[in-house]
Write a protein that binds this ligand. Structure first.
Ligand code: FES
Length: 159
């Protein structure tokens, strides 16, 4: 094969970039869910002039995060899972928990701490009003991966 045909294929193959809709539609809806690449259920959400994308099902037990409220904890924006109220930071996918400073002191003083990244976050890009998500393919396991198997995933519509 010639050098030119070798050069052709990698540059013309699409990168890991999935079109998820027009920005104005996502802004209006606030939340959109998409099955990307036939294998990943992703929630795209718009909050406070910012777009975010993450695995749709909560790392704890598979709750559907598109129905969660957005609240701030320690100045960090979180989606609150509608099932058992776990808090997940929008930007990093960290699970937050409420720690008690000193259990012997009353009244108890609590504050929010991170359990580390639990929910897989994906990258959102906007180009001329079109929104794209690139799936986070990092090999390190993240707990929300568990709910991205065939058992839990959205079944693609057959035509
Ligand atoms: Fe989300 Fe339990 S499934 S908090």
């Amino acid at each position: 094969s010639s050098a030119s045909s070798l050069l052709d294929s990698p540059s013309s193959s699409p990168p890991n970039l999935h079109y998820v809709g027009k920005k104005e539609e996502i802004v209006k809806a606030g939340r959109v869910t998409k099955l990307l690449n036939g294998c990943r259920d992703v929630l795209i959400l718009y909050h406070d002039r910012q777009l975010y994308a993450m695995d749709k099902r909560c790392y704890h037990s598979g709750g559907e995060l598109q129905h969660g409220d957005i609240e701030e904890f320690n100045g960090r924006l979180c989606i609150v899972c509608p099932w058992h109220k776990y808090k997940i930071t929008l930007a990093e996918g960290e699970g937050l928990y409420q720690a008690v400073d000193d259990p012997t002191k009353k009244p108890l003083k609590t504050h929010w701490r991170s359990k580390g990244v639990k929910q897989r976050i994906h990258k959102v890009t906007e180009v001329n009003g079109d929104v794209f998500v690139s799936l986070n393919k990092s090999c390190a396991a993240i707990e929300s991966d568990f709910y991205q198997t065939e058992k839990y995933r959205t079944v693609p519509l057959k035509s």
